[in-house]
Design a protein around this ligand. Structure first.
Ligand SMILES: Nc1ncnc2c1ncn2[C@@H]1O[C@H](COP(=O)(O)OP(=O)(O)OP(=O)(O)O)[C@@H](O)[C@H]1O
Length: 441
């Protein structure tokens, strides 16, 4: 991650690559990970189907790196985040942390590892208990783990508050006294209390004002360098992760369709889905004011994860789909150094099924290409309000407008209702009291 990248003009499209721990030691290894949510019916509650939220994914996270995970709403990113932090149990596959197989560890087995694996949640309003003081919230991990920091809990919590840019005086205040950005800082302080090795951040800034987003992302970036953290950052579009990730995994309907280092992904996306997602990210660039860019609008809804399309799951929305895409699932292959792609007809790479050239009927209708004038300016960083002032309103439209249009097609997710009353779990799963019900899904 790099702090200053967002201020640079991005005319050359790709921000400079962060120093990537390319061949670094693997911290987390995931193999064939599956999470299916059963759908039960009748008096006997027999399973009649399953939501295939995560359906066989493999990846590694190396020490000190930031892995960005992107994809449209409902593609399984949050589920993946919850499974790898063991807030929910996987249906299949293997999770290794520092070489230890943690797949089957229960609450007790995971307890010592809770120090090392933490999660930051999307909703800074819903994830802090309004009845608890900031001091109590941030010190919860110490209580749960029975850890007595040097100098005492209060002193350590105050140090953490300072670390995340808040005042130690805020110790006795309550969450409602803080703005969204400040609450997210409190969530970050809580996640960092036990000096974790891996932090999984699920849409950490998407509920925040666009100007505050940059501040929180920069804070996470600074903390990474300072504390040697490893991040998995989940986001629904590429505008957040483009500045901070060393590598990016693109998910579609429970699968990883492309996994590449950031520079390669931005310079030459290989999976058509990545290309479509990338075209939806406005590139703020004052030097190209008024210039035109092409945008691929995917038509149709994301299919249901209950019965995903055969073959390549993206074939029903892909403008390159041929017969093989319908019948045979493309494996995630290394098509270039550091780049894995699951596609029969990738962009910017050798065709994996060159003999199959007849487009499916659906392919001809799959996209609309629109030419847009470029958006120009990056928003001015705003100063966060003091605790007593009004929380900032959430207006992320500037950056995410374009992506949201694509997301507007996402509503066809038959299983979404399952999320509505979900309680946002805490990585300190033993103390659900600090966690509020989330309605942001
Ligand atoms: N507890 C659950 N029970 C049933 N289905 C679920 C549950 N949690 C998630 N799902 C379903 O799994 C699929 C993947 O959801 P998930 O939240 O992981 O996607 P996502 O990519 O993170 O989307 P978003 O960006 O909207 O959070 C969705 O269809 C969702 O409705």
């Amino acid at each position: 991650m790099s702090v200053t990248k967002k201020a640079e003009p991005q005319a050359a499209a790709v921000p400079a690559q962060a120093t990537s721990p390319e061949n670094g030691e693997v911290l987390l290894r995931v193999e064939g990970l599956v999470k299916h949510f059963p759908i039960k019916k009748g008096i006997l509650q027999r399973q009649v189907a399953a939501v295939k939220a995560v359906d066989g994914i493999d990846f590694e996270v190396r020490k000190g790196e930031t892995l960005g995970v992107v994809g449209e709403s409902g593609c399984g990113k949050s589920t993946m985040g919850r499974v790898i932090t063991k807030l929910i149990e996987p249906t299949g596959g293997k999770i290794e942390f520092e070489g230890q197989d943690i797949t089957k560890l229960g609450t007790r087995g995971m307890r010592p590892l809770r120090r090392d694996i933490q999660m930051i949640f999307q909703d800074p309003y819903g994830s802090l208990n309004p009845r608890h003081t900031i001091g109590s919230i941030v010190s919860a991990p110490f209580r749960l783990q029975g850890v007595e920091p040097e100098g005492g809990v209060k002193k350590e919590v105050q140090r953490l508050l300072e670390l995340v840019g808040l005042s130690p005086e805020h110790f006795n205040r309550y969450p409602h006294e803080f703005s969204g950005g400040q609450r997210q800082r409190i969530g970050i302080a809580r996640a960092l209390a036990l000096k974790p090795k891996l932090v999984v951040a699920d849409e950490p800034v998407s509920a925040l004002d666009v100007s505050i987003q940059a501040q929180v992302v920069n804070l996470m970036d600074d903390l990474q360098s300072e504390l040697g953290l490893t991040y998995v950052i989940i986001a629904h579009d590429l505008s957040v992760v483009r500045h901070v990730s060393d590598r990016i995994a693109v998910m579609y309907l429970g699968k990883i369709v492309e996994l590449a280092d950031r520079t390669s992904l931005y310079e030459a996306p290989m999976h058509p889905y990545t290309k479509a997602l990338m075209s939806a990210v406005p590139v703020p660039d004052p030097t190209r004011r008024g210039a035109k860019s092409e945008r691929i609008l995917l038509k149709g809804d994301v299919p249901s994860p209950i019965s995903p399309p055969s073959g390549c799951r993206f074939h029903t929305r892909c403008w390159k789909a041929t017969e093989i895409c319908k019948t045979s699932e493309p494996p995630l292959l290394q098509l270039a150094p550091g780049r894995q792609v699951a596609c029969h007809h990738p962009e910017n790479a050798e065709d994996q099924a060159p003999d199959d050239t007849t487009l499916l009927a659906v392919a001809k209708e799959a996209i609309e290409v629109v030419t847009l004038a470029r958006t120009d300016t990056e928003p001015e960083p705003a100063t966060e309000s003091e605790p007593d002032s009004e929380p900032e309103t959430s207006d992320v439209a500037d950056v995410t407008d374009a992506a949201d249009e694509t997301d507007a097609a996402d509503s066809g997710d038959a299983a979404d209702s399952g999320d509505e009353s979900e309680v946002q779990p805490s990585a300190d799963a033993d103390e659900p009291d600090d966690v509020q019900e989330s309605t942001d899904k």
